[in-house]
Write a protein that binds this ligand. Sequence first.
Ligand SMILES: Nc1ncnc2c1ncn2[C@@H]1O[C@H](COP(=O)(O)OP(=O)(O)O)[C@@H](O)[C@H]1O
Ligand SMILES: [Mg+2]
Length: 235
Amino acid sequence: MQDLTESQRAGDPPPAQVDLEALVAERTRDLTKALEQKTALLHEVDHRVKNNLQLISSLLLLQNRRVTDPAVKASLRGILERVSAIATVHRRLFQSDDVERFDVSAFVRDLVSDMMGTSGREDIRVRLDLERVDVAAAKAAPLALVISELFSNALRHAFPPGHGGEIFVGISRDDTEFRIEIADNGVGLAQPTTASGFGLTIVQLLCQQLKARNETSSADPGVRVVIHLPVNGAH
Ligand SMILES: Nc1ncnc2c1ncn2[C@@H]1O[C@H](COP(=O)(O)OP(=O)(O)O)[C@@H](O)[C@H]1O
Ligand SMILES: [Mg+2]
């Protein structure tokens, strides 16, 4: 009896340490609770953004069904495609472990499978060579829109009905820049090149915003566009 009490006493931490442990435990509880609240809030925001994007898409679809003018229909379809690219960006960001980094190659895989799925063009093959490249979340939507416009152009303009071919998307990086290439072996740009439409205007504007350089050249046959995004500008 005597011995047990002695050893218990010997094992007791000094009073100051007890206080410290209690404090740490309390602080840990507070922090855990705060983190849980933040996580719940993030899920809530994710949900609301997703629902709102879905709502916008539905409105565009409904409006598209009501109009008959082919030019208006094409514009609405274009906007629908852009909203859908933004929704894919959002899904990619919120599904990943890191909401602040955007995996460009993963996005490209999603985009290509979505667009090829809706195109119904089984005569067009897609070849991908994608290195893992992460950019800051703030750059995600503009970069995704640029890629979406260029891929959609290759899909829509390079191959007239009955003439299939290949679209290539490559992403790589070196010490100074990320390089995003979208090339097709289709009909090529009309010569002399006519004034660009809304899609290519968006590409120019967003590249300026991203401080990226874009080069369009003949892929012989077809069109090749390369986007050079400075690595520093990507963060
Ligand atoms: N990959 C391509 N192959 C052939 N022509 C293209 C390609 N990309 C763009 N073009 C031509 O450039 C034009 C302008 O493209 P864009 O500005 O995206 O407008 P839109 O796609 O709405 O016509 C297209 O209408 C098309 O004639
Ligand atoms: Mg276009």
